[in-house]
Design a protein around this ligand. Structure first.
Ligand code: SAH
Length: 295
């Protein structure tokens, strides 16, 4: 067994129970080509020694796995390389152009589900690559994404407004998807055990019935709104919205003027963002007027 490499966030999952729960959460279909039923095409990030990979290959139609560590790739090729429903790509998941690489392989092209025990040090960038951003969602979206992540991240992804875990990440991800906390996975389920506890989350991308009129505006608002956790929302947004104006909008939306960013639900963030964008259209900025040389 190769020595785990710290720089690649390598912690081998050893708990059968946790592995079973991850696979069950993805609700995989093997498909039946004779009957014309297509199955699930899974993308796995960081297969490591292949414990999860093996299970995915039995439960789904095909698995494409991206692993950065060359030595592990050699090992995985020996173990699983002769299976026809498995494709291993060596490289950094964050920089690979998967769509281009997979386009010529009909069996693996456009995976519809993601199931992975990911390296925790790149959780944020992985989520962004899988989901996109408020202004630029990944299209077409995955049907479902099941990830083993740091417990703290799982709590933030699944938090409701008003809870201490509700933050900018919660708003950004919940704008794009629904998130469910599946189960805890203790540190001792891994070899070597990480310093933190873990949890399995299920993320289902979907579009909202009433999306923000100006998603870039919403992104900006959320970033600024959460910039200082201890401050009230109106103080964090001071540079963007005058306090009187904000108080007026908060009153219209029946929100307490003393709220903090974590108290606003995703719908309330959208409602506030829509007011800002409408008012931006109504009152041209002085800079815009100068450009149009109206003053
Ligand atoms: N899925 C395995 C291993 C999890 S550890 C298990 O459950 O046991 C995380 C894995 O991600 C390691 O195999 C590591 O080498 C791999 N990895 C780390 N950074 C990566 C990256 N940027 N792209 C692809 N794989 C990466």
């Amino acid at each position: 067994m190769p020595q785990p490499r710290k720089q690649f966030g390598q912690h081998w999952l050893r708990s059968e129970k946790a592995l079973d729960k991850i696979v069950a959460a993805a609700e995989l279909q093997p498909g039946n080509s004779a009957m014309g039923h297509p199955g699930d095409r899974v993308l796995e990030i960081g297969p490591g020694m292949g414990v999860l990979t093996r299970r995915l290959m039995t439960a789904a139609e095909s698995v494409v796995a991206v692993e950065i560590d060359r030595d592990l790739c050699a090992l995985l090729t020996k173990k699983l390389g002769n299976q026809e429903n498995f494709l291993l790509l060596q490289g950094d998941f964050l920089s690979l152009d998967l769509a281009a690489i997979l386009a010529p392989s009909p069996a693996f092209n456009q995976p519809n589900k993601v199931v992975a025990n990911i390296p925790y040090n790149i959780t944020g960038p992985i989520l962004e690559k899988l989901l996109g951003t408020i202004a630029n969602p990944v299209l077409p979206p995955f049907d479902v994404i099941v990830l083993l992540v740091q417990k703290e991240v799982a709590l933030r992804l699944c938090a409701r407004a008003g809870s201490t875990h509700f933050g900018a990440l919660s708003v950004r991800v919940q704008y794009l998807a629904t998130c469910e906390f599946i189960c805890d996975v203790p540190a001792k389920a891994f070899q070597p055990p990480p310093k933190v506890d873990s949890a399995v989350v299920r993320i289902r991308p979907r579009s909202l019935p009433n999306p923000a009129q100006d998603p870039l505006q919403l992104e900006k608002l959320v970033k600024l709104g959460f910039s200082s956790k201890r401050k009230m929302l109106r103080n964090n947004l001071k540079s963007l919205i005058e306090i009187e104006q904000l108080n007026h909008w908060l009153a219209e939306l029946q929100i307490n003027p003393q709220v903090r960013a974590e108290d606003l639900s995703v719908e309330q963030w959208i409602a506030l963002s829509d007011r800002v964008s409408v008012s931006n259209h109504a009152i041209p900025k002085i800079s815009e007027l100068v450009e149009k040389s109206e003053i």
